[in-house]
Design a protein around this ligand. Structure first.
Ligand code: AHR
Length: 525
């Protein structure tokens, strides 16, 4: 062989280049191993079960056709007009709290129109959502009795935008007063003897927008006036008043509320944030691209920054963390499904939504010191729904399954943890690929929920469990071949949780590999 010096140099350079590539690839693979360390000795904050709350607005077919078919319906089995299949599904979810009647609708709702004999109730035009005329057949008794059936605590959103202080305090008296009063008398005449004892009350909704386009200073004054007259009518301190909160990153709103409202009349401050690509071009709910997916996830992951920043402001005015941050609207928001009324906000629910739910609930769990309630928007047929109905048919969405898998965290103590997430890169968008939270319940069982939002790369995860005595690990997984996979009325069980045997316990470490775009919940005993 006749090698010239130049050829030899070229060959050496090529070999060196190949070796560098191999080493780099090994480094990348090594970097993909995620080391998570749990810090059980520092666990102190309970994950309020109300973080797993839901929201039901008079919007599209959430109430009428979703929850409620009417007490004379022959379409499906029901209890006083509320679908039995819905009640069963929501019991399985362990829904702790349910917000009603809105949303924007709340600030146009006059509760007195929805009690008493149905045939005498006036109609209302739902000006926010599709302009449809509603007959008020689903009212206060229907909602509160339904909550009892589901086992959820009610959260009533009062009308501040177009209502009066008197109207709201009459509502409180109507549902909560045991003694003799005009409102309790009327309640009894309408068939309910015992009060329902409602603790959670929203003082308006989105006061900066559909609730009245107020400034924070003006709203803070309004709030003070309303809150002054609100009592639970039983000389207890059960009243939990929630101020209408900021729109996403509007930190000034939270600052003014925390500064201007005396804290003895404020139990919670709300925050709304939706995972949306672009309000002007929200993209489809099923046939989305990876770029759509990445943009949605980026928006969903922003919740971490929002909760951190709003909490920091609250810490400044309330270092003892007495006032709760209540994220009473969150979820993915896309274009309405083709053929549906755009005002009904009806969208399908895919594995993308499962990813949103998984990462968002992990964020809330990890901020359990301040976030003490959250309400996914919305329960049935609207936005990121957990249930879809179509006449007599019903299906549970991927989001339902995530919320059901995660309900093990309800009222368990959050375990702080550390890890550096690898990055999910999609075009110009980069973000954390892995999300984790952990808790230990009263029976001593630890649960770890993990999400890998990267649709192409599996991740190897090592979890250090020093300080925990663990003898066994098992788990469940929600995964599907495509991000766009969803449950339809033709295939209602395409996406559902499965047993997960991929985690192994080795001394003080748990090792697992989490598939692309999947959610895993581990149980350690
Ligand atoms: O959830 C749908 C709507 O979104 C609510 O009515 C409103 O509060 C928010 O803007």
């Amino acid at each position: 062989m006749n090698l010239t010096i130049a050829t030899l140099v070229r060959l050496l350079l090529k070999t060196a280049f190949t070796i560098t590539i191999i080493f780099n690839s090994i480094n990348v693979l090594q970097a993909q191993v995620v080391n998570v360390s749990l810090r059980p000795s520092e666990a102190q904050h309970v994950i309020d079960k109300n973080i797993y709350g839901h929201f039901a607005e008079h919007l599209g077919t959430c109430i009428y056709g979703g929850f409620y078919v009417g007490d004379t319906s022959t379409l499906v089995p029901h209890s006083e007009g509320v679908r039995n299949d819905v009640i069963e599904a929501l019991k399985k979810l362990k829904v702790p709290v349910l917000r009603w009647p809105g949303g924007c609708f709340a600030d146009t709702y006059h509760w007195k129109d929805g009690v008493g004999p149905r045939e005498k109730r006036p109609t209302i035009v739902n000006r926010w959502w599709g302009g449809v005329t509603e007959d008020n057949s689903f009212g206060t008794h229907d909602f509160l009795n339904m909550c009892e059936k589901i086992g959820a605590q009610p959260y009533l959103a009062g009308n501040v935008g177009s209502g009066t202080v008197q109207e709201l305090i009459d509502w409180v008296q109507y549902v909560n007063f045991e003694g003799v009063s005009p409102m309790s008398k009327w309640r009894k005449e309408n068939g309910r003897d015992k009060p329902w004892d409602v603790s959670y009350w929203g003082v308006g909704n989105e006061a900066w927008g559909c609730g009245g386009n107020m400034t924070p200073e003006y709203y803070a004054n309004e709030y003070r006036k309303y809150a002054t007259f609100m009592t639970d009518w039983s000389n207890s301190d059960k009243m939990f008043r929630i101020a209408s909160g900021a729109n996403s990153g509007d930190l000034k709103w939270t600052e003014v509320l925390m500064r201007d409202i005396p804290h003895h009349m404020l139990e919670g401050v709300a925050l709304h944030h939706y995972a949306v690509i672009d309000w002007a071009k929200k993209g489809p709910s099923i046939d989305f691209t990876e770029a759509h997916y990445a943009a949605t996830m980026k928006s969903a992951l922003k919740m971490e920054e929002l909760v951190t920043k709003h909490s920091a402001i609250m810490d400044k005015y309330d270092p003892k963390k007495r006032v709760a941050l209540v994220v009473d609207e969150w979820g993915g928001w896309y274009e309405g499904d083709p053929g549906t009324n755009p005002g009904f906000l009806q969208q399908q629910n895919t594995m993308r939504d499962a990813m949103i739910a998984g990462v968002t609930l992990n964020i809330f769990n990890n901020h359990a010191d301040r976030v003490r309630m959250a309400n996914l928007a919305q329960t049935i047929n609207v936005l990121q729904a957990v249930i879809l109905t179509n006449k007599e048919k019903i299906l549970l969405t991927p989001t339902f399954h995530v919320m059901e898998m995660y309900n093990v965290h309800q009222d368990a103590t959050m375990i702080p943890l550390d890890f550096a997430s690898p990055t999910y890169i999609a075009g110009k968008d980069t973000m954390n690929a892995v999300s984790v939270s952990a808790s230990k319940n009263k029976a001593g069982v630890t649960h770890i929920s993990l999400v890998n939002i990267d649709p192409s790369n599996a991740r190897e995860i090592n979890i250090g469990i020093d300080g925990l005595s663990v003898k066994s690990v098992k788990g469940r997984i929600l995964s599907s071949a495509r991000l766009q996979d969803h449950n339809s009325f033709q295939q209602p069980e395409k996406v559902k949780p499965a047993t997960y045997n991929g985690a192994s316990l080795k001394g003080k470490q748990i090792n697992l590999k989490i598939a692309p775009a999947s959610v895993v919940v581990l149980e350690l005993r």
